[in-house]
Design a protein around this ligand. Sequence first.
Ligand code: KG4
Ligand code: ZN
Length: 338
Amino acid sequence: MSVELVLAIETSCDETAVAVADAQGRPLVSRVASQVKLHAPYGGVVPELASRNHSLDLRPLLDSALTEAGVTPREIGLVAATSGPGLASSLLVGDTLAKAVAVGLGCPFYSINHMEGHLLSPFLHPHRKIEPHVALIVSGGHTLLIEVRGVGDYRRLGSTKDDAAGEAFDKVGKLLGLPYPGGPEIAKLAASGCRDTHAFPRSMIHSGDLEFSFSGLKTSARVLIDRLGGAPQDGALADFCASFEEAIVDILVTKMLEACRRTGLRLAAISGGVSCNRRLRERTNAEAAKAGIELILADPAYSTDNAAMIAFAAASRRLAGFPPSPLDGDINPNLRLA
Ligand code: KG4
Ligand code: ZN
């Protein structure tokens, strides 16, 4: 009997990623070639540089992922790629190569929404059945609360009206003169800081809905830096970061639990790059337990952009009976999840 493996490609932003997974979407190999260093001098992702480097890195990455998995192309039974949302020129690189491979191998192609990859990633490792739950996706570009009824059955509960949580971390990191991306840098400094030093606003925390806003928080950080006469240093920098991080975590925890209360769901899952944040993991774990909510956090290895989550979403879709995607389908930089 032939083993049907999944080959997935992710190039929506600044990470070139390839994964090989089994028929259930459990990863055999997940490789990411990060472009973080390349974009760091610019303080953000430069689309032209990102797509050029996807073009350079993708083929060798694909070859080495197959070699590392000990897999020949003939063993691949499904090819998947991210078709949006993301940067158009970056998406095109992965989408085009994946379709070419699917045609060459004569196997089905699944185009996957990057946000669905994040959304399902908490169920990827350790592998677990996907059940109805509240999903909080916190990445560099999105902050989304989704009611998940099953694979492909999603209802938007709330999202950010302006900046995403990761974007707020990154923009304030830049104001503080920290390396890009600011999220992990702020988190590192916050670990030794005092969370009560500055009372940053918790915008919309009691807005009575499940919407988010982080731009006011970013503005108040900028105003405080101006008032302090520049970015704080040493211990004062740690206190600034801890207070700022706590404001974001407070908002995310409160809205996630409110979404569980409103939907009556007792299971919640958090994914996306910001879900790597240690304080967010601690606080959501503690407060979900207090509220009697079971919480699943994406494994940090599959929280920031990767192709294992794309393979898992594709395998989950196939197992749920969704048909393959047409090969003449286009990428969509503004693709929505729900
Ligand atoms: O999911 P992701 O890799 O890319 C998008 O799809 O956007 O998320 C990247 C975001 C960046 O904003 C980065 O600063 C943030 O995740 N991030 C963190 C941490 N690690 C990554 N933010 C806060 N704390 C962290 N430990
Ligand atoms: Zn992402």
